[in-house]
Ligand binder design. Sequence first.
Ligand SMILES: [Zn+2]
Length: 307
Amino acid sequence: MTRRMRGLAAVAAAGLTTLTVAAAQGPSPAAPKVVTVDKVRDTLYVLKGGGGNTALFLTAKGAVLVDTKLPGWGQPLLDAVRTVTDKPVTMVINTHTHYDHTNGQVEFPASVEVVAHENTKRFMAEANPVYALQSGPQPNIFKEHGGRGMPSRTFRDTLTLNSGADRIDLHYFGRAHTGGDTYVVFPALGIMHVGDTFPTRDLPIMDKNNGGSGVAFAETLAKAAAVSGVTTIINGHNATTMTPADVKTYSEYIRDFVTAVQTAKHGGKTVEDVVASWTTPAKYAGYNAPQPARVKADAEVIWGETK
Ligand SMILES: [Zn+2]
């Protein structure tokens, strides 16, 4: 088992269903890599499997992809795009640095423009282990491919790409899942991809090794929930689309967890006490019960940020 496969197994153990499938398939080169295609609008599709949810947006100039899945999934992803359009993939936008959202693009032609937040470009170059999931230095897939797939265009606060029906707005609202989380808005469609700042209805990874924060998370996400004109949300890993109201509720869920951890710390308790006592408040209907390892990892991050 390679170091990367151990990392995938760790992610699977942490409870991300889509990655559980990938990890189970990973060790066998013969295992089929299946990308499923969900149509959301005539010009917007969600491509699932092999890591994070990929958005496919069809513009006059070509196809735009938001995120590119696990290592080895770049060609299967391109094959899935081909079932929808003959347009070439001209641009990739990354929501954040993690390998299950970026590694497929090393298999893309060098002509594809890659756009990401400036911090995400730095984290991709650093190949830092995901906090509490990976340990030690990670293989740098972009370096191994001579820099292929690294961002060629970056932004700091906001960036508008294209115009009219093809317009895409990128926003950075602060630290959350990582320190480079990008919200990708398709204004003509009222759709926003929020990446792993809202992966699914469960505690998120707060990846402090890549700039993530527990204490800042809820406030950052509340800003995303307030972007005007958005009606439909694409999550990092969830099976169906959601709404901005769901994003708002998720930010409140995280705020409640942060408050519980901070109350425990100020009350002389320990992280282990939080792991033993925290349960999802009843008002968050339909939320998963988080894995104890995730509760512990997130509580540790919040603990370290709390005076
Ligand atoms: Zn992630």
